[in-house]
Design a protein around this ligand. Structure first.
Ligand code: 13P
Length: 249
């Protein structure tokens, strides 16, 4: 049985006091009563303060990490450093990092291996542009990313990875894929994982949908048994919206 996972990607938002306040609110509103895994991903600067809160229900993760273990890489943050501040997850290959910062599948793959070695679970993002969708390339693009991102990762490690299917045209636009469209791609991802690994492993890997998820549309996605939760941007920045998503999921 897969436990659904609702994760908040806070992106470039929240100072340390704001992050602490939001985490406190989430923990109080959720009050331990969830059968979902709930994760927030604040900025690097807030991770230590979030760890110090000792939250029970809400786990935390990072939005990116270095593709190196240590050394002369100015400005980078390693997997061991993330583990040090209590991160259980790290978002890798978000489309904003791919598009704006030139992150390649090769880098995502290297980072995923390093994260797993430090006992941090990667949330690997895949997704197509509007152009690619319009020209019927969605599955080729997404399954290509998936194959390169999982390259050489062994079966035990693969089972610890979460995949987030985020169609780029649905991110921050208020437009969502329909539940049916999201499910079509997510089912294709699961079939591909069965080819890359085996049926049991594919059945154990959680696959989220991401892109303009709100309390009033999360049910549309969760209706499909292959969709195991959501990676939430904008609506994760307000406690009532994020809790609404968790509770409606
Ligand atoms: P929005 O929920 O704001 O569309 O962002 C989705 C996202 O990019 C999560 O990683």
């Amino acid at each position: 049985m897969r436990t659904p996972i609702i994760a908040g990607n806070w992106k470039l938002n929240k100072t340390v006091p704001e992050a602490v306040e939001l985490c406190r609110q989430l923990e109080a509103l959720l009050d331990g009563a969830v059968d979902r895994e709930v994760v927030v991903c604040p900025s690097f600067t807030a991770l230590s303060a979030v760890q110090a809160l000792g939250l029970v229900t809400v786990k935390h993760g990072a939005q990116n990490m270095a593709a190196y273990e240590s050394g002369a890489y100015t400005g980078e943050v390693s997997a061991a450093m993330l583990r040090d501040v209590g991160c259980q997850y790290v978002i890798l290959g978000h489309s904003e990092r791919r598009e704006l910062f030139g992150e390649t599948d090769e880098a995502v793959n290297t980072k995923a291996r390093l994260a797993l070695r430090s006992d941090i679970k990667p949330i690997i993002c895949v997704g197509e542009t509007l152009e690619q969708r319009r020209s019927g390339e969605t599955e080729d693009v997404v399954l290509g990313q998936l194959t390169r991102d999982f390259d050489g990762i062994d079966v035990e490690d693969a089972a610890r990875i979460v995949v987030a299917y985020e169609p780029i045209w649905a991110i921050g636009t208020g437009e969502t894929a329909s539940g049916e469209d999201a499910n079509t791609v997510i089912s294709a991802i699961r079939r591909k994982l069965a080819v890359l690994y085996d049926a049991d492993t594919a059945a154990s890997i959680r696959i989220q949908y991401g892109g303009s998820v709100k309390p009033n549309n999360i049910r549309e996605f969760m209706e499909y048994p292959d969709i195991d939760g959501a990676l939430v941007g904008g609506a994760s920045l307000r406690a009532d919206d994020f809790v609404g998503i968790v509770q409606c999921s």
